[in-house]
Design a protein around this ligand. Structure first.
Ligand code: B12
Length: 261
């Protein structure tokens, strides 16, 4: 089955639930306004199932209604995982055999963002979802700079730690802060390092589009529900590929005939 539609009470009935806030006090007219908005968005018929005033002059709504849209699964584009998931043991063994040095990782929340729980979940020993963070892996050397780190500081700390990878978390998305901060961060690293020496740039947070790597100038974007093992597996994959590429380049330069050099 490649065409699907939402399900509420009976299979394929098209029923969905939608929530939003309007900047008006809660009364009958506000509920009518909510229905009007939902109808314009394609819910037909739309019903208010929950409305609650949130402070003065704002109302939060939940509406339930039918949409007629179909989803074509053949046209769904997502960032598929294109690297193998490794166990911690395999990660450590691959680093030892293929990279032959510990992998230096520097992480931070940048800008004014103080939401450190996400980056801590990935880096700290404690980890998340039953998985230990990167500090648990013998072959990762982890520096976690915590909250509200400026981009120039991050660049300097990455340089001092000879970082192979920089992991940045951005949770606050107000006025697209996460996008602006990430672009500023990737531009600063590109300016500060020659391409072959620039650390891998990973950014994560619950509201990123994982397909936006080119636009943001980063190597990989990790979204909601990321686990440390996924990040460790990606790092091993990307760094071993990078090392293999630079070894091939060095070899071809050495074996090139003098007139080609
Ligand atoms: C806890 C929390 C706080 C705590 C943060 C404590 C701390 N040390 O982190 C405190 C109370 C300080 C706080 C403050 C604020 N908060 Co707050 N906070 C939350 C809350 C409830 C949970 C966030 C969280 O911890 N999630 C759990 C972690 C594990 O999930 P995660 O961050 O998504 O991380 C995972 C993935 O995204 C990914 N990941 C994340 N980063 C990275 C990085 C890399 C490199 C990788 C690989 C992966 C990765 O992996 C993680 C593990 O799976 C959310 C609401 C919510 N329910 O989500 C609001 C929320 C994030 N906060 C919000 C706001 C507005 C604020 C304040 C501005 C409020 C205010 N007016 O003061 C301040 C801002 C402070 C600041 N300067 O940043 C809004 C953000 C809205 C927006 N989209 O911009 C939210 C969504 C609440 C809301 N609905 O309004 N907050």
């Amino acid at each position: 089955m490649t065409i699907v539609r939402p399900y509420g009470d009976t299979t394929g009935d098209g029923m969905v639930q939608l929530s939003f806030t309007l900047p008006i006090p809660h009364d009958k007219k506000a509920e009518g306004a909510a229905v009007q908005l939902a109808t314009k968005m394609g819910l037909e018929p739309a019903t208010v199932v929950h409305a609650k005033q949130m402070g003065e002059g704002f109302t939060f709504f939940v509406l339930y209604g039918r949409v007629h849209h179909l989803v074509d699964l053949n046209q769904v584009v997502v960032a598929e995982r294109d690297f193998p998931m490794l166990t911690p043991k395999e990660v450590n063994a691959t680093i030892r055999s293929k990279l032959r040095k510990r992998v230096s990782v520097v992480g931070a929340c940048i800008g004014t963002d103080a939401h450190t729980v996400g980056i801590d979940a990935i880096l700290n020993l404690k980890g998340i979802a039953g998985e230990k963070g990167l500090e648990y892996y013998r072959e990762f050397a982890v520096v976690n700079l915590g909250a509200q780190v400026s981009v120039p500081d991050l660049v300097e700390r990455a340089r001092a730690a000879k970082a192979d990878a920089v992991l940045v978390s951005q949770v606050v998305t107000q006025r697209d802060a996460h996008l602006h901060n990430t672009k500023a961060m990737s531009a600063a690293f590109r300016e500060a390092f020659p391409p072959e020496r620039r650390p891998l740039l990973l950014v994560g947070g619950p509201r990123f589009d994982e397909l936006a790597t080119d636009e943001l100038g980063v190597d990989r974007i990790f979204g909601r529900g990321t686990t440390p093992r996924e990040v460790a597996s990606y790092l091993v994959h990307a760094l071993t590929q990078r090392t293999a590429l630079s070894q091939r380049t060095a070899l071809s330069q050495r074996t090139a005939r003098p007139e080609e050099r």
